[in-house]
Design a protein around this ligand. Structure first.
Ligand code: ADP
Ligand code: S3P
Length: 172
C-alpha cells in the first residue's frame, strides 16, 4: 500500500543486511524522466503499470542480492506477483487504511490519493489489495505500533526462520 513504510523500512533493512537497496518507483521515474504523478496525469494508469512491470522484471532478475522496495500497486498484475515471489523473499508490511491516512493525509505525490476523500480511497485499495499482498508474500509484518528498529528486528527474525533457497538445478 502507498505509505506503508516500504521505502523507509527497505533502507534500514538493506543497511542491516549489508545489501544494496533498490526502489522500483525511483527507477521508474529515472526511466520516465518525470514524476510518477505527472506520468499518471499525461498517460494514465495502464501506461504506468506497463513501465512498472518492465522495471520490476529487470530489478528482480538478480534474485535475492538486494532489498527492493516496490510501489504499493506492484501486486496488481499476476505476472509481477509471480516474479516477485519466485525470485526473492517477499515481505508484506501491513498497515490499516486509517494508519496510512494519518501518514499520508497531506501527500501530494501519490496520484491515487489526490481525491476528495483519500481515506475512502485507501479503504477501497486495502480491500482490493490485501488478498493480493497475502498471495504474493512469504510473510506478513504488521507495522502498527512498532518503531523502525523493532520492525527491522522482527523482519530479521522472520528471515532467519525461512528455509534456505533451493540449490540451482544441475548443469546439463
Ligand atoms: N513504521 C512507521 N511508523 C510510522 N510512520 C512511518 C512508518 N514507516 C514509515 N512511516 C512514515 O510514513 C510515510 C511513508 O513512508 P514510505 O517509506 O515513503 O512509504 P511507502 O514507500 O510504502 O510509500 C513517511 O513519512 C514515513 O516517515
Ligand atoms: O499504490 C499504488 O498504486 C502506487 C503507489 C506509489 O508508490 P508508494 O507505494 O511508494 O507510494 C507509486 O508506485 C504509484 O503512485 C502507484
Amino acid at each position: 500500500m502507498p505509505g506503508s513504510g516500504k521505502s523507509t523500512i527497505a533502507r534500514a533493512l538493506s543497511r542491516r543486511l549489508q545489501l544494496a537497496l533498490a526502489d522500483s518507483d525511483q527507477a521508474i521515474e529515472q526511466r520516465l524522466g518525470c514524476t510518477i504523478r505527472s506520468y499518471f496525469d499525461s498517460h494514465g494508469e495502464a501506461a504506468f503499470r506497463d513501465v512498472e512491470e518492465a522495471v520490476i522484471d529487470e530489478l528482480t532478475r538478480g534474485g535475492a542480492s538486494q532489498v527492493l522496495a516496490t510501489g504499493g500497486g506492484a501486486v496488481l498484475r499476476p505476472i509481477n506477483r509471480q516474479r516477485l515471489r519466485e525470485r526473492g523473499t517477499v515481505i508484506y508490511l501491513r498497515s490499516s487504511p486509517e494508519q496510512l491516512f494519518k501518514r499520508l493525509r497531506h501527500d501530494t505525490k501519490r496520484p491515487l490519493l489526490q481525491v476528495a476523500d483519500p481515506l475512502k480511497r485507501l479503504r477501497a485499495l486495502y480491500d482490493e489489495r490485501d488478498p493480493l499482498y497475502r498471495e504474493c508474500a512469504h510473510f506478513v509484518v504488521d507495522t502498527h505500533g512498532s518503531s523502525l528498529p523493532m520492525l527491522v528486528n522482527r523482519i530479521m527474525m522472520q528471515l532467519d526462520l525461512m528455509p534456505p533457497p533451493a540449490p540451482p538445478p544441475p548443469a546439463p
